[in-house]
Design a protein around this ligand. Sequence first.
Ligand SMILES: Nc1ncnc2c1ncn2[C@@H]1O[C@H](COP(=O)(O)OP(=O)(O)O)[C@@H](O)[C@H]1O
Ligand SMILES: [Mg+2]
Length: 339
Amino acid sequence: MTCKPKGVVIRTILVTSCTRRKSIRKMFNKSHNKCMMKDKYITDCARSFAQNLRKSLNILEQNIEDHYTIGKVIGIGHYGTVREGWKLSDDSKVAIKVFELKTLQKTFKSICCEVSSLQKASHNNIIDLHQVFMDETCCYLVLEYVEGVDLSDLIMDGYELKEREVKYILQQITSTINYLHSIHICHRDIKLDNIMLNTDTFDIKLIDFGFSTNFSEVDHLNCKCGTPYYVAPEVLKGNYGKECDMWSIGIMAYYMLTGNPPFHSESDSELFNSIMKDEVLYPQKVWESISPEAKGFIEKLLIKDPSKRMTAEESLEHPWLSDEDISSTARSNTRCGSI
Ligand SMILES: Nc1ncnc2c1ncn2[C@@H]1O[C@H](COP(=O)(O)OP(=O)(O)O)[C@@H](O)[C@H]1O
Ligand SMILES: [Mg+2]
């Protein structure tokens, strides 16, 4: 996790001719159909879950393949596989997140969270949900297609983000989280993998609302969920609120600036122990090239007591984030492929 390979792997987007693209799509569609038909594993129980879900989330009863061509896999996540797709009526490109309905409760919960939050949220930096389909075996979320890479892949490929780029990314994330918190949605899985980056403009889109939830200011959340490296100490204790998203932003900021996570360990239990008990270290050798304002920003987020942690609104006012309009400077000469 700590090492960043030297040199940058340039990611290119292969542009194929229209005819070739269509025949490739046909091929993928065929294999997709085959795998769908082969295994009708949905049980009665799952069917009744699906019917309830369909009603409560307004899911279309039509066949997705009457409306979209489904292409190759572009991302594999915990509950869903994301494929590229094309709308038959205008050939526009989309991303289709496919959930197999075999692992009942967890999958259904994840679909419910993702669909209801995305139906409620409307923001420039949040992925658009176009439509939802469901058949005997799968649920399909048709999403806006994001050109680019997720931040995790970008860093794993060896790209070293500059401080001004990190700042621009964080400006967008904090304002997105500020918006989500204002409409009472807590994302609960803020991490590099769930942020798509346009490598030309450095504009971001937040994806993956599978753990998101509605919260009230009064009742606390108690479900222990998220991703180990990013999870806030109060989530591990099972009593928390929207502040957990800000902790995860702090972890991300630390990681983007240094290439290392602030808490790490061989086992999850040791990692959780460390998150609960250990102070965050800022080794001089690593931090001497990073501005004190950036460090100050992270220090206000990685506070174990959520009531003392900087809120999304406060973070937008922090001197490090609010000092200038950095969108254009972040972009200048920073195409990932050209560095
Ligand atoms: N709308 C999209 N456009 C392009 N790629 C996407 C899109 N949504 C997801 N991906 C890719 O698929 C991966 C998994 O998607 P995600 O929604 O995070 O699934 P999971 O909930 O299973 O983690 C992402 O990390 C990203 O690389
Ligand atoms: Mg994800």
